[in-house]
Design a protein around this ligand. Structure first.
Ligand code: A2H
Length: 254
């Protein structure tokens, strides 16, 4: 933990079909429910293909300032309460509590992505003490996401364990950013070069992230959307602001 606060963009991923755990919440029936994913890369949201939850991580449902239901870790809900994001300031009123495993295969609608619906899937490396414990997946630009997507696609036993169907994993990385040396699918490209096959290849993944992350930020060029052709560093803030002003995202610090 550094001294300076980390600022995340929380992406609001709308639950379009309530799983039984969420349907049991009285307050969820009449209010929109969102999984809120913490990201440092709001400009990559064009390439979302799914959402990661930790199967053993605990999540809570809380009420937002705008009377929506947010699903996230209790720790992040407490931070949100102090940041004026929740209905009541400084207190967390928990509407319900779940394990990630109870929220797998949930159908979501997420901003900016070309996929009309995407699904929650398990990622075993989701940390419960970082961000909201909800992670949006952009396998074109995140080596972690690409490796975890390969695992769930290639391992039928893993899908079966969490009730994930083939339809839910029938997604491919979307080319959204051109990164010099790595091309328009930088994460798949570096994973292939380094022989990364799974989310268990931790040391290699750390190295892969270091290699593509800075290069993507300083030299990456958007290939899609209204800022097509522009450098990431020149449009990141604009895209973040647009998401927030459309109420598709909330700024959050920890
Ligand atoms: B990033 P930092 Cl395209 N557990 O978003 C594990 N990983 C988490 C997490 C948690 N609880 N909460 C957030 N994250 C991920 C996009 C992205 C991200 C891209 C490329 C790189 C990248 C799409 N996934 O992060 O330790 C989220 O993934 C590389 C660092 O606070 C979030 O941003 O620096 C990032 O880790 C935050 O990690």
């Amino acid at each position: 933990e550094g001294v300076a606060p980390q600022e995340y963009t929380l992406i609001k991923m709308r639950v379009v079909e309530l799983p039984s755990a969420l349907a049991a919440l009285k307050s969820a029936a009449s209010r929109p429910v969102f999984l809120v994913a913490a990201t440092l890369r709001p400009e990559t949201m064009y390439g979302q293909t799914n959402c990661w939850l930790g199967p053993d991580v605990s999540y809570v449902a809380v009420q937002s300032r705008r009377d929506e239901v947010f699903v996230c870790t209790r720790r992040s809900a407490t931070n949100m309460a102090y940041q004026g994001i929740l209905k009541k300031d400084n207190v967390v009123e928990v509407l319900g509590e779940f394990k990630g495993s109870q929220l797998m295969g949930v159908k979501l609608s997420a901003p900016m992505t070309t996929y009309q619906v995407i699904y929650t899937l398990p990622m075993l490396t989701v940390k419960d003490d970082k961000g909201t414990g909800v992670v949006t997946s952009v396998p074109s630009d995140s080596p972690d996401d690409y490796a975890a997507l390969n695992d769930i696609k290639n391992k039928p036993a893993l899908r079966e364990k969490y009730g994930v169907t083939e339809e839910m994993v029938a997604v491919e990385p979307v080319p959204i950013i051109d990164v010099p040396e790595y091309g328009s699918l930088s994460a798949p490209s570096i994973c292939q070069k380094m022989g990364i096959k799974s989310q268990n290849d931790k040391d290699k993944l750390t190295e892969a992230k270091e290699k593509v992350y800075l290069k993507g930020f300083y030299e990456g060029v958007l290939l899609v959307g209204e800022h097509k052709g522009k450098k990431i560093q020149d449009v990141k803030k604009t895209i973040q602001d647009a998401l927030v002003s459309k109420n598709e995202a909330v700024m959050y610090q920890e």
